[in-house]
Design a protein. Sequence first.
Length: 423
Amino acid sequence: MKTTRSRTVITLGALLAMASGATHVLTAHAQSATELVFWGGWTGEGEQQIQTMVRAYNKSQNKVHVTYVPQQDVVTKFLTASAAGNAPDVMIWDRFETALYAPKNVLAPVNAYLTRDRIDTSGFYGEALRELSVGNTVYGLPLTVDARALFYNKKLLTAAGVQPPKTWADLRAAAIKLTKRDASGKLLVSGFALDDVGLFSMWLKQAGGSMLTPDGKKTAFNSPAGLKVLEFWDTLLNKDKVYEIGFGRGEGNAQDPFVTGKIAMGYNGPWNISSYRKYGKELDFGIAPPPKGPTGAQGAGMGGFGLALTQASKNKDAGWDFIKWWLATPANALMWGKSSNNIPGNLRAAGDAYFQKDAFWKPITDTLKFATIRPPVPGYPPMEGQALIPNIQLFLEGKQDAKTALQKAQIAGDRILADNAAK
């Protein structure tokens, strides 16, 4: 599930007060069961999905009672609570954050539990489990897995006489045919939405490149493959003119431009499948795995969440029981997948007909077969967010050329990786 993080400046004292007040919730169950406090950043519909599993677990036994406490800016509050020794017991954890925060001793290893309970880790998506690990130390189990795939408007593709693209060359040809402008040149329909610079790493894989050197100490995207990605983007934007930055977005009360037919194709994630399906015949869409790059390389990025034990928890055994019940039991992992419309990290659950026989879910699970995680290196998240993406964005806005963007991102990125490695 896609979530949005808010970045609000709060005083340390206020955070400590909130952490202390929100962590341990006293209920009528306290006399008879271990009280387990469970934090996550999922609210709204996501919170209801989580509560479905919490209620099912609480009903399944009487030794542990779980209370889910949704949080805004959950990572900041968790770090503050951990420093105060007052953290929750279990967290919905963005796996991408593991390499950065596990070394700070805020998450508890689960290796001993895996061994004791004979949990076969090959029963989970390997990349997802690797993202929850630092070296051989595992810090939880995968809750969800996701990958971007190509969403396309069937009606528009049929009218243009094109098929879902399988290669970059196909993508370019289809995007050109699908793009429509009026007599004045105003863009009416974008053939392909090039609207997420954060997907550079996925495109780089398709071009045969790598984000980091094999030892993870330096960036590797300033390469012929990296240049090939930016040159292809430049061709789509400035030569073929299949998209304009911000097209269809930012308008007052504007709907998703894919829903309104303003965008014919674009990369999107499984979190939108359910909402798109609700439009029925008004939005006849399909999904396909990402097109292959110029050398035939496939590339996709795996993301998602896990359930993690916290180091500060005084109820680790109970916390592990909850995690194991939910994620290591295929029937419960499948219940979670069906009730939340998320692909579970448990392979047997993800292999159920609910996902494998569905025209929308199957292309995502096919993509997950070759999807890889972002490098599990402590400095990677800030490197990508502070060095790479800002420079790529400047390139797309025409404020610097491709070579300059990659070079500046490399210099800043290498410095960030070195700074984080030294900590």
